[in-house]
Design a protein around this ligand. Structure first.
Ligand SMILES: Cc1ncc(COP(=O)(O)O)c(C=O)c1O
Length: 382
């Protein structure tokens, strides 16, 4: 490691998804017919009325800094949504609008973790959650959650006097599970008994199929110890707009705001007006995208089963977590797929040890591409 770099950076890996995307792009530039299933973003266009709202905001001159915590109307609208949908008593003071949910996660970690504080993550987990803990000086502790549910006792087995935070993400990236009410109850009880803060990343809350989304913040005694992380990237296909938010106990929101003020200042002003329109308008556009994701999910699972590649049933988000153990570990499988079929997926071990024999297949791609990808895989694994 270069001597100029901080110790903080050791143990932080480059984002696996971004890395796989770069490999796919390079192969495409070489003229290969690459199919990329490593992406973590909806392939739909941002709905027209949301784009129009941004153009209108630009015309009105919203091209400067705005209040660091976010524009008042948007914070109020988010608080209203949280009150109505999550049955949590939120108001403007609890809400901070950030340039993407990722930034909210970093601000939270920097606000609450001290050197050596431990944070429990469910293995596998979206890798930014682990990196953010480490960058803030914290120590990740892992509890496996693939098909087996989360139990109080397994959380207890990694707890120590340094445990400060429990991190959950449901619907989940990369596995696609949705935590059951029973699991949420066990986690909530554990958090209360151990006086922990819970980071609940709910960014895929609307991309959910047979189940309904429940926020852990709505459980008894949980609101005062939960920070909900959410944003507009996935629900409204707005990844490039960089608008996310956190709903946090007031003191924590104030702490995060300090970091925001001294780093990025605010989320893009005109994008916040677009986000406001996204929340206030009909949600039909979202329903259309979810219907399409469901169609793709069904095709993906059916074809994977036909090929003999077992995946865990994705109940939410847009990822299938596919078991590779009949064909080598995740790295061998990913490399072979890339070399022989120009199909790009993300190795599961990038998300934690439990992902070692899995790859993440993102079905945020057209049905045609999914079918073609499956055909290529079928030829490889007849
Ligand atoms: C679980 C999870 N949270 C947050 C994000 C990032 O969201 P944003 O684009 O708002 O930073 C992602 C993106 O992949 C994600 O998978």
């Amino acid at each position: 490691m270069c001597k100029m770099l901080s110790k903080r950076l050791s143990g932080i890996e480059e984002s696996a998804t971004i890395k796989m995307g770069q490999i796919a792009k390079k192969l495409q530039e070489e003229g290969k017919e690459v199919l990329n299933f490593s992406l973590g973003e909806p392939d739909f266009k941002t709905p027209e009325h949301i784009c129009e709202a941004a153009k209108h905001a630009l015309d009105l001159g919203y091209t400067h800094y705005v209040s660091s915590a976010g524009i008042k109307e948007l914070r109020e609208e988010i608080a209203k949504k949280i009150r109505e949908e999550n049955k949590v008593d939120a108001s403007l003071e609890n809400v901070i609008v950030t340039p993407g949910a990722k930034q909210a996660i970093y601000e939270l970690m920097m606000s609450v973790l001290d050197e050596g504080d431990e944070a429990i993550l469910l293995d596998p987990a979206w890798v930014t959650l682990e990196s953010a803990v480490k960058i803030a000086g914290g120590v990740p502790k892992w509890v496996k959650r693939l098909e087996e549910g989360v139990k109080y006792n397994s959380l207890e087995s990694v707890a120590s006097e340094n445990t400060k935070m429990m991190i959950i993400n449901s619907p989940n990236n990369p596995v696609g599970y949705v935590l059951s009410d029973d699991e949420l109850k066990e986690i909530a009880e554990f958090a209360v008994d151990h006086d922990l803060l819970v980071l609940s990343d709910e960014i895929y809350e609307r991309i959910i199929y047979e189940r309904r989304h429940v926020s852990i913040a709505s459980f008894d005694d949980m609101q005062s110890r939960t920070v909900i992380i959410n944003g507009f990237s996935k629900t409204y296909a707005m990844t490039g707009w960089r608008v996310g938010y956190a709903v946090a106990p007031v003191e924590i929101a104030k702490g995060m705001l300090k970091i925001q003020q001294h780093s990025v200042t605010c989320a893009p002003s005109f994008a916040q007006f677009a986000a406001l329109t996204a929340l206030r308008s009909s949600q039909e556009c979202v329903e259309g995208m979810i219907e399409e994701f469901k169609r793709r999910r069904d095709v993906t699972v059916k074809r994977l089963n036909e090929i003999g590649l077992r995946c865990l049933n994705p109940e939410g988000a847009f990822y299938a977590f596919v078991n590779t153990s009949n064909h080598g570990n995740d790295i061998e499988f990913t490399e072979r797929l890339l070399r022989e079929a120009y199909v790009v997926v993300t190795p599961g071990s990038a998300f934690g040890l439990a992902g070692k024999d899995y790859v993440r297949f993102s079905f945020a791609a057209s049905i045609e591409d999914i079918l073609e990808g499956m055909e290529r895989m079928e030829k490889m694994f007849p």
